[in-house]
Design a protein around this ligand. Structure first.
Ligand SMILES: [Zn+2]
Length: 348
């Protein structure tokens, strides 16, 4: 498959107009490059991705068929640490790790507007089971919501102190930029967090969905010059008007009769030329030999992936693949929130 994609890349310009998700969504292995998150969370790609091992002492990865367990070493190390610490201190048996990024990041064929640069990860709001899950079991993990039937408020029979501790712990790491949760969960945390724990409330942002999983977004790691940080969240707790607006947005409404005359808005698809130019190089770079080669183990990254991103630049003049400037405004919805689809597809 990789070969087919590589062939299709030539001539490169022929890909203009092809949705980038079709190019990145088909590649099964990361590029043999030094790790670099490139671009923005919702408009970028990942060079030299590393995979979180499927099983660890305090995590199990689910939905293996999606092949989205790829990130930067910093992202993988953070998840492993969160799992270990939550297990040791928060009464959380270990993480069920959902989607991180595709092997070379980039837009996906299903779900997620973000998760493109190896610095976003979805963690289930259900601890991993005591047994090692089978491949099939991981594919069909229930999306167990912590909300009541109204889908607005947290159900106190499902919500535990361990949920609270896990989310606060994730948000407390300085390298974490934001944590996204459903507005109902944010409300619960606004009501229950006390003392120093409240200082992380500004990082815990409300967003659609995210009531059976939550989302961790890391800052660009130091030295990753091609990575575009999101502006810092506002310093205030976000427990006031912003949360009220969100709760209003997610409250149940009477069904709307379909309007035949309503304009159907087709979301704009990202093409390769709308991504940073280095993404064309990432797409074209050789693969590592196999998945095991690129698994992250105890902070060691395989020597196979230690090639600089620019090493392949000469093969394909990047300038020929780049259109105008990167316009992130497309991805900044109201309420200064994270760009993700309004309707939660089951794959989220
Ligand atoms: Zn997510």
């Amino acid at each position: 498959m990789v070969l087919a994609v590589m062939t299709a890349l030539s001539p490169a310009m022929a890909q203009d107009g092809v949705p980038a998700k079709q190019l990145f969504g088909k590649i099964t292995l990361p590029s043999k490059q030094r790790t670099a998150p490139i671009g923005f969370y919702a408009k970028g790609c990942l060079a030299g991705g590393v995979a979180i091992p499927v099983d660890g002492p305090a995590w199990q990865v689910i939905h293996l068929s999606r092949n989205r367990r790829w990130g930067t070493p910093q992202m993988i190390a953070l998840l492993e640490r969160l799992g270990r610490e939550a297990k040791a201190e928060d009464g959380w048996n270990g993480l069920m790790v959902g989607d991180i990024s595709q092997p070379r990041g980039g837009p996906m064929l299903s779900g997620h507007a973000s998760h493109q640069i190896g610095l976003d990860a979805d963690i289930w709001l259900t601890p991993m089971p005591a047994h090692q899950m089978s491949y099939e079991e991981r594919e069909v993990v229930p999306e167990a919501s912590v909300l009541r039937g109204d889908m607005v408020h947290v159900d106190n029979r499902k919500w535990t102190k361990s949920h609270e501790r896990l989310i606060v712990r994730a948000a407390s790491y300085p390298q974490v930029e934001r944590v996204f949760v459903h507005p109902g969960i944010k409300k619960k945390l606004c009501e229950t967090l006390k003392g120093p724990d409240r200082t992380v409330l500004n990082k815990i942002r409300p967003i659609w969905g995210h009531h059976y999983h939550f989302h961790i977004r890391m800052k660009c790691p130091p030295g990753s010059s091609g990575c575009d940080d999101q502006v810092d969240p506002p310093a205030d707790s976000g427990c006031g008007k912003q949360l009220a607006d969100w709760l209003n947005l997610v409250k149940p409404r009477p069904p709307v009769k379909p309007n035949k005359n309503a304009k159907v808005v087709v979301p704009k698809q990202l093409t390769l030329s709308s991504l940073p130019n280095a993404c064309a190089i990432v797409l074209k770079a050789p693969s590592v030999t196999d998945m095991m080669t690129a698994e992250y183990h105890n902070g060691m990254q395989s020597a196979d992936s230690q090639v600089a991103v620019t090493a392949y630049a000469e093969e394909q003049p990047a300038s020929s693949l780049v259109a105008a400037s990167d316009d992130y405004s497309l991805f900044v919805p109201d309420l200064r929130s994270v760009p993700e689809p309004a309707v939660r597809p089951s794959v989220q």
